[in-house]
Design a protein around this ligand. Structure first.
Ligand code: 5MM
Length: 345
């Protein structure tokens, strides 16, 4: 394990003004995204979509530090034969890879899941390193029980998921790959922001205990958490400042200062909401770690709509991606303003 290399990569992933593009949708998930624009879910269409993003110069050169890829994508080439990994490198960004194999029903715990993918992971990581990956991602899914059901998440669910995240992280570091640890508390539901805080704290405290127990070097990791936020269908959803304050308070209580950076998931927030929340945290607080983005939907929804799967719309898709990447880059510095949303890319 080369700790200097791991720390250098982790710091580059959260460099000032930059964040991570989560383009690691599995085939099923990207199919749902394509369905929204009436596009068939084929390997060529998936390549064209991702090639368009990775060739978007301003976004990629100035605001994207790294890209999380899916197994198919890390092996794919652009139309001219350049590998997609090389396109990312050409932009000065770091290729990364999702290595979990998805959240599966957790035995004996209705409504809860455990993320799988540890079998054979050591060999897969060696293969991914050869293919160019310098960081990886594993996402644990934590649901919040609804309508007063405080039994979800269970201690059992939190324990097995955080244990698996730490096992994954230790294997990554052994392979000189920086693990992004992603314990996602799901936003769907009508729960309050206070309940989201409790569950996020429960998950993060358990996660850092497991990482310690399994010898994971925090300086060579990046945390990808949810924000502390009201459920999507909650009454009286918390406003921007409250989300920023409670998220920062929760992280300050749970995340050691040795962690090089925190890159949030968007989790179903609207594009602008995800940007505004990130900006509010960076504008108001001086924190031990940089706070940035590792967004999937909140970076891709606008370009996907503008592109709509048509070659003649590539410039429009890239303009939309440039715009969202720039807005989030500014938010990672606390320099975004809602009025900037009206500016063209
Ligand atoms: C890009 O979305 C990923 C989805 O992966 P699956 O297809 O395996 O479900 C997801 O893991 C993503 O990397 C993060 O959760 C962040 O995405 P959002 O859209 O929440 O910012």
């Amino acid at each position: 394990m080369d700790l200097d290399q791991l720390n250098e990569t982790a710091c580059a992933m959260v460099a000032p003004g930059k964040g991570i593009l989560a383009a690691d949708e599995s085939t099923g998930t990207i199919g749902k995204r394509f369905a929204s624009i009436g596009l068939e879910n084929t390997p060529d269409n998936r390549r064209d979509w991702r090639e368009m993003l990775f060739r978007t110069e301003m976004a990629m050169n100035e605001h994207v530090s790294g890209v999380i890829l899916y197994d198919e994508t890390i092996r794919q080439s652009a139309r001219d034969g350049t590998t997609l990994v090389q396109l990312i490198r050409n932009a000065g960004a770091i290729p990364g890879i999702k290595v979990d194999t998805g959240a599966k029903a957790l035995a004996g715990a209705e409504g809860e899941t455990v993320t799988e993918g540890l079998d054979g992971l050591r060999d897969r990581l060696a293969d991914y390193y050869e293919l160019g990956a310098r960081f990886a991602k594993w996402r644990a899914v934590i649901n919040i029980g609804q309508n007063g059901d405080d039994s979800v998440p269970s201690q059992y669910c939190i324990n097995v998921n955080m244990h698996a995240l730490a096992r994954y992280a230790a294997l990554c570091q052994e392979a000189n790959i920086v693990p992004i640890v992603e314990p996602e508390v799901i936003m769907d539901g009508n729960h309050s922001i206070e309940r989201c805080y409790e569950v996020t704290e429960f998950a993060l405290k358990t996660l850092y205990r497991e990482l310690f127990d399994q010898g994971v070097v925090l300086e060579g990791t990046v945390l990808k958490p949810n924000m502390v936020i009201s459920g999507t269908t909650a009454d009286d959803r918390a406003g921007i400042e409250e989300v920023a304050d409670m998220t920062v308070q929760c992280l300050a209580n749970c995340v050691p200062a040795a962690v090089p950076g925190i890159a949030f998931l968007s989790g179903g927030q609207s594009d602008e909401e995800a940007t505004a929340h990130l900006n509010a945290m960076n504008a108001s607080y001086d924190l031990p770690w940089p706070l940035t983005f590792s967004y999937g939907r909140a970076l891709q929804a606008a370009p996907l709509k503008a592109w709509a799967g048509k070659p003649e719309n590539v410039a429009a898709g890239q303009a939309a991606f440039n715009h969202r990447a720039r807005m989030n880059g500014l938010a990672s510095l606390g320099e975004w303003d809602a009025a900037m949303e009206k500016e063209t890319a």
